[in-house]
Ligand binder design. Structure first.
Ligand code: GDP
Ligand code: MG
Ligand code: ZN
Length: 305
């Protein structure tokens, strides 16, 4: 007997069941033994497309389809294990507010570099623009645009909405499987709620955020009315996209990448060498000092290769 297979999207994984979206409906499927045959402890990840067949007890996940991309962090007892956060993400949106909390270039650069490493398309959202009394945002917007990144400066504060930019972000959400990544309190959930009426994600009060409490407890993909999916993750703060080799790092900084061939040594670290094209550009003011600082800071936890 041949069975008709259906393709489902994995939204969330609980202890023994998987929440999937299948033909537009949400269903719960048990995780069956055959997926564990090859010794994988967690054979299925949020974002996976899976083949589901019907057996006598109902739907069974038969196979995980090839992953187009994956977003991982380090985990396990010594941090040396890869933990897949989600697969098949098509857009990483880095969110950093201009105030409360202050714009955080180091975290922004870590996520941008991490996304580049996994070849994931990326955008930078600068939130709470209504709070930019000191006009600090302009410099950041110009910097990141000059490096080739898409930048969306926005505000959802009543009466101060950046209508046009918000519309562009809404369109991005509807077209992608996105992850919004940034510190707690930058306004990720508020932004999604504002753009997608009816979703009503919980918003953290600043006092709860300061106590380090998260309003989201498990990673799940949320299916958006009107198209698209967004990944809701708890505690992006301690979610390091990163485990990178010292020599590959400069490739994830567009302005460094183009200078590297001009460095005298092929294995130049760009940290202290006299004849380094990156350091020359920094001294000439052609590389932003915060970007260089981010490079050095990520370099410090990179692994030698
Ligand atoms: N002034 C201002 N406050 C905002 C804006 N967006 C969000 N907030 C506030 O920022 C706080 C944290 O928002 P939340 O969405 O929970 O942040 P998340 O932790 O990134 O999901 C809440 O008090 C929001 O009301 C904005 O555009 N302007
Ligand atoms: Mg939130
Ligand atoms: Zn160099």
């Amino acid at each position: 007997m041949t069975q008709e297979a259906k393709i489902a999207l994995v939204l969330r994984i609980d202890a023994k069941v998987c929440q999937v979206e299948i033909e537009g409906k949400r269903e719960q499927l048990p995780l069956r033994g055959r997926l564990f045959e090859f010794g994988a402890r967690r054979p299925v990840a949020v974002g996976d497309q899976v083949k589901v067949i019907q057996d006598k007890d109902g739907g069974v996940i038969e196979e995980v389809l090839p992953r187009r991309s994956k977003l991982s962090r380090s985990g396990g007892p010594e941090g040396g294990e890869e933990k897949i956060v989600a697969t098949n993400i098509s857009k990483v949106m880095v969110v950093s507010s201009i105030r409360e909390p202050n714009f955080h270039p180091l975290l922004v650069d870590r996520i941008l570099a991490g996304a580049a490493r996994q070849e994931l398309p990326v955008a930078l959202i600068i939130s709470k623009m209504d709070r930019d009394k000191k006009k600090a945002a302009g410099e950041w917007i110009e910097l990141y645009r000059s490096l080739g990144y898409e930048v969306y400066p926005c505000s959802i504060a009543a009466g101060k909405e950046t209508t046009e930019v918000l519309e562009q972000v809404r369109e991005l959400l509807h077209k992608n499987v996105s992850v919004l990544s940034g510190l707690s309190g930058v306004g990720k959930s508020s932004l999604i709620n504002h753009l997608i009426p009816g979703l009503e994600l919980r918003i953290g009060s600043l006092s709860r955020i300061r106590q380090g409490k998260h309003t989201t407890t498990s990673t799940q993909l949320i299916s958006l009315p009107g198209g698209g999916h967004v990944l809701d993750t708890p505690g992006i703060r301690n979610f390091n996209l990163f485990s990178v080799g010292t020599q590959e790092l400069s490739f994830y900084f567009p302005e460094l990448r183009e200078l590297v061939p001009q460095c005298e040594f092929r294995d130049c670290t760009h940290l202290h060498e006299e004849s380094c094209a990156v350091r020359r550009a920094l001294e000439a003011g052609e590389i932003h000092p915060d970007r260089y600082y981010s490079y050095c800071s990520i370099y410090a936890d990179a692994v030698g290769d």
